[in-house]
Design a protein around this ligand. Structure first.
Ligand SMILES: NC(=O)c1ccc[n+]([C@@H]2O[C@H](COP(=O)([O-])OP(=O)(O)OC[C@H]3O[C@@H](n4cnc5c(N)ncnc54)[C@H](OP(=O)(O)O)[C@@H]3O)[C@@H](O)[C@H]2O)c1
Length: 165
């Protein structure tokens, strides 16, 4: 099973503020939906609460260390390892880590693929993605989107695969 991270990161590493996304990037959202539909998505409890509902047509796995945390339409587990084991047992071929900061940090070193949206902005925020060493990753595809009425900023969407060491 492939483990993939999907994330949108500003030039200064910011990914969110006050448990919210800080931009509207329509093409990026469409891409997120297309790539993750039909798959297991793994997210932190705070990201789930920020989204506010299970995302349709996907197996929503929420990570929480609170044994009593339950929410309808989602699986709640207490580690990345458990979430990946669950996904594998379901026959998943590509599981997606969809955030936020804490979960990206826990999964970064084991991810095989990175769907990276680099946003041409430096907003204020309180959630960050770690510095990506692009030379550890092989570029598979690359698309540039210009700022327009549907996209708040210029950005680049990249698909990267971890280089074998
Ligand atoms: N730009 C993007 O692509 C993107 C994507 C997603 C989210 N975000 C942003 O990221 C921010 C949220 O990040 P965050 O770090 O504050 O929260 P988070 O990672 O979404 O959730 C943190 C919570 O998840 C649980 N958790 C995290 N790691 C765990 C682990 N290894 N094992 C078990 N449980 C674990 C804990 O829940 P309990 O406290 O219940 O134990 C923890 O408090 C928001 O601003 C959001 O908008 C950005």
């Amino acid at each position: 099973m492939i483990v993939s991270i999907i994330v949108a990161v500003a030039e200064n590493g910011v990914i969110g503020s006050d448990n919210q996304l800080i931009w509207h990037l329509s093409d990026d959202l469409k891409n997120f939906k297309k790539i993750t539909s039909g798959h297991c998505i793994i997210m932190g409890r705070k990201t789930f609460e920020s989204i506010g509902r299970p995302l349709p047509n996907r197996t929503n796995i929420i990570l929480s260390r609170n044994k009593n945390y339950k929410t309808e339409g989602c699986i709640v587990l207490d580690s990345i390892g458990q979430a990946l084991t669950y996904s594998k047992k379901k026959g998943e071929e590509e599981a997606f880590i969809i955030g936020g900061q804490a979960v990206y940090n826990a999964a970064y070193d084991i991810a095989d693929k990175l769907y990276l949206t680099k946003v041409n902005a430096s907003p204020t925020g309180d959630a960050f993605f770690k510095k990506i060493q692009l030379d550890h990753w092989k570029l598979i595809s690359h698309r540039r989107i210009k700022r327009n009425e549907h996209n708040d900023f210029d950005y680049e969407m990249m698909e990267l695969e971890r280089k074998k060491s």
